[in-house]
Design a binder for this molecule. Structure first.
Ligand SMILES: CC(C)(COP(=O)(O)OP(=O)(O)OC[C@H]1O[C@@H](n2cnc3c(N)ncnc32)[C@H](O)[C@@H]1OP(=O)(O)O)[C@@H](O)C(=O)NCCC(=O)NCCS
Length: 166
């Protein structure tokens, strides 16, 4: 594969955003709330069984939440490593908590974890029309490397394949 630009240093050292939630690993107890948050974020949300499957990955999985005492989880990510690859499977932020740097913080933590496990690059798929997510990923060094035509069965939307060096 062609060499890709590395994730910028300033992103790797990302400051925690103001009014910061507490960050912690997702637990089985979160299966009561995180699927509802996912339903606010995704056109085709995961069910509790999908999140449970992520928690059962053990050491190869990284599922974390950011939570506030008053509201519980407001942001989540599910990612995993296979050999030297990180795959980001799901990420979402409560609509009322967007544009505060929470997704960027979650991705920074995820990349840090993946690098500590020997991952050299990250990849993910994103709906071609999801301009917010594409802007997020491109702002931290992901590059478009391919398209899966009509990948999403609900509306035949293309998936963009994005990759970043870690
Ligand atoms: C995509 C998503 C996770 C971004 O979460 P967020 O916490 O608001 O993102 P951040 O505040 O960390 O944004 C970081 C950068 O991403 C880009 N960005 C994020 N949302 C954007 C938007 N709506 N429009 C344009 N750029 C955006 C900006 O460059 C932003 O930096 P800036 O605020 O300094 O300009 C959130 O919009 C979301 O949950 N969407 C629904 C779920 C989803 O699409 N998940 C991804 C599936 S692949």
């Amino acid at each position: 594969m062609k060499s890709l630009p590395a994730v910028p240093e300033e992103f790797a050292d990302a400051m925690e955003p103001p009014g910061n939630p507490t960050w912690r690993p997702m637990t089985m107890a979160d299966l009561r709330t995180v699927p509802d948050l996912d339903a606010l974020c995704q056109p085709h949300p995961w069910g509790p069984a999908n999140f449970q499957g992520e928690l059962l990955r053990g050491e190869s999985g990284f599922s974390w939440v950011g939570e506030l005492p008053e509201t519980g989880p407001v942001a989540y990510i599910c990612a995993w490593t296979v050999l030297d690859e990180l795959h980001v499977g799901n990420i979402g932020v409560s609509p009322s908590w967007r544009r505060k740097g929470l997704a960027r913080t979650l991705l920074a933590r995820t990349h840090q974890w993946a690098k500590s496990r020997g991952a050299n690059f990250a990849h993910l798929e994103v709906r071609a029309g999801n301009s917010a997510a594409i802007a997020l990923y491109e702002s931290i060094g992901y590059r478009r490397v391919g398209v899966r035509r009509a990948y999403y069965a609900d509306n035949n939307e293309d998936a963009l394949l994005l990759v970043a060096d870690l």
